[in-house]
Ligand binder design. Structure first.
Ligand SMILES: [Zn+2]
Length: 256
């Protein structure tokens, strides 16, 4: 098994704990819905094109010998709590005036049915088994092997899940942490969609689970410029390394 030797750009006290890191690339939600489907990033305020991450991520997969590659998918049932169109199912759980006018992309507070939580109301997206939820056809998806992990999230109708590790309430864990531990992964490189939501949440959880965590900024695209900026700042303050694709290349170069 090849491992990536740490370059100067990533030397920190946390890194030094492991002389021979085991590296995973986590490809977050590179799905049709966020690229040209129901929740296309190009129609969101930042106007970014999610498709732009595909050649960058493909290049990382082809040129860097990651020990593990993870592909995540938003994978919702039709009655999911995050869909604006399903608001009428849960109006009785809204905090405040239940007859208030609520628009798509508004953030509401639900007092139930399971937990009190804030929820952004997205258009219906990534419904299980639909073309909208499929990984984009141009993404290099390595065929199944012990190197490859597929994670589907947001399956519970009543709670959203931005992170690939756990739902937004931290209650239901996915199998990702166990699968990374089985493979002795020590470092994760996170890229994909969307920077300010699922990439950020996945990175925060990865760091808190003691992985040395990198977000590959230019291999990710987001929803809103202001939150992309604030979330990257938050990640950095938390201890996540924000790097560019060229930094990963540089780490890879040391191998050859
Ligand atoms: Zn979703």
């Amino acid at each position: 098994m090849k491992t990536i030797i740490i370059s100067k750009v990533v030397e920190t006290s946390r890194v030094k704990k492991s002389a021979q890191p085991i590296n995973a690339l986590i490809v977050v939600d590179v799905q049709n819905c966020f690229i040209n489907g129901n929740l296309s990033l190009s129609k969101s305020p930042a106007g970014q094109d999610g498709a732009e991450v595909i050649p960058i991520i493909n290049n990382l997969i082809r040129t860097i010998p990651f020990d593990v590659i993870v592909y995540t998918q938003d994978w919702h049932p039709w009655n999911h709590i995050s869909f604006f169109e399903n608001l009428h199912f849960r109006r009785q759980y809204l905090a405040g005036d239940q007859n208030q006018t609520i628009k798509m992309f508004d953030k509401v507070t639900y007092l139930g049915p399971k937990y009190k939580m804030e929820q952004v109301l997205w258009p219906t997206h990534c419904i299980q088994e639909t073309e909208d939820a499929a990984l984009h056809k141009d993404l290099d998806v390595i065929s199944s092997s012990s190197r490859v992990i597929h994670i589907r999230k947001g399956i519970d109708p009543d709670i959203d899940s931005y992170s690939a590790f756990a739902d937004n309430y931290g209650v239901r864990k996915t199998e990702l942490h166990d699968k990374l531990k089985e493979r002795n992964v020590t470092q994760v490189f996170i890229a994909g969609l969307a920077t300010d939501y699922c990439v950020t949440s996945t990175a925060l959880d990865a760091f808190d689970l003691n992985y040395i965590t990198y977000v590959v900024k230019d291999a990710s695209r987001g929803v809103t410029l202001s939150t992309i900026k604030s979330q990257l700042k938050k990640l950095k303050q938390h201890g996540v390394h924000i790097i560019t694709k060229n930094s990963v290349d540089l780490i890879g170069d040391i191998l050859s």
